[in-house]
Design a protein around this ligand. Structure first.
Ligand code: 5RP
Length: 228
């Protein structure tokens, strides 16, 4: 099974999982990226049971509308049953690095508004230790250089993603070489730097469950936290 087929399979598996875990009406948080898009395309089978979807990007919103799924503003919905999204890296604690698609801030917000987080990914994303993938950090544009200098002091090598403006009108620094020995502490330390909007480490909002696709099938990883 090639990588695209694995993403489609894990998208379908997530739809089945959501359908079985929540037998009634559904309010879903929807992630961003190629794996999340496979999930959206499979979601149409549950259309009649979905009261609301809240997307984490303009890109996902467009696809949800194209699929004729009900899109709502988070402010109008309140809390969501479950958030489904991909990751750039995920470890055994189900902590993640996210933001390769520059949607990290809205992803963290919609994840925080959801009662559970199901991460869907292929096995190339599963790592022993986070940090090989450069950590995306969304910054307010005027703070870019200042935040970059702080990150250098912390031991990282920030690179400005010059071709990218986020859905929130901000910029992204990709930080290489930062030691991520304690994900939660590092996430909180980076988010305390003035000008940082969001750090792409998801430790405080780690997943409750991960569905990991490989050529041989779908592996299910559970965190010690309960799913609902
Ligand atoms: C976007 C993200 C995505 O979840 C992450 O980049 C994974 O994307 P893909 O499923 O395309 O590999 O964090 O900001």
């Amino acid at each position: 099974m090639n990588l695209q087929a694995q993403k489609e399979k894990v998208g379908e598996a997530a739809v089945e999982f959501v359908a079985s875990l929540y037998p009634d009406r559904l309010k879903l948080g929807i992630g961003t990226g190629s794996t999340a898009e496979c999930f959206i395309r499979s979601l149409t089978v549950l259309k009649d049971r979905i009261d609301a979807t809240v997307p984490s990007s303009v890109r996902s919103e467009a696809l949800l509308r194209e699929m004729d799924l009900p899109v709502m503003d988070l402010n109008a919905v309140g809390s969501l049953d479950v958030y489904i999204d991909g990751a750039d890296e995920i470890n055994a604690e189900l902590e993640m690095v996210k933001g390769g698609g520059a949607a990290l801030t809205r992803e963290k917000i919609v994840a925080a508004a959801s009662n559970a987080f199901v991460c869907i990914a292929d096995e190339t994303k599963l790592v022993d230790k986070l940090g090989s993938f450069p950590i995306p950090i969304e910054v307010i544009p005027i703070a870019r250089s200042m935040v970059a200098r702080e990150l250098v002091v912390m031991g990282g090598q920030p690179v400005w993603r010059e071709d990218t403006t986020t859905d929130n009108g901000n910029w992204i620094l990709d930080v290489h070489g930062l030691p991520v020995s304690e994900p939660l502490g590092l996430e909180q330390r980076i988010e305390l730097i003035p000008g940082v909007v969001c750090c792409g480490i998801f430790a405080r909002n780690a997943a409750n469950l991960a569905l990991i696709a490989s050529a041989t099938g779908i592996q299910r990883l559970e965190a010690s936290r309960d799913i609902v």
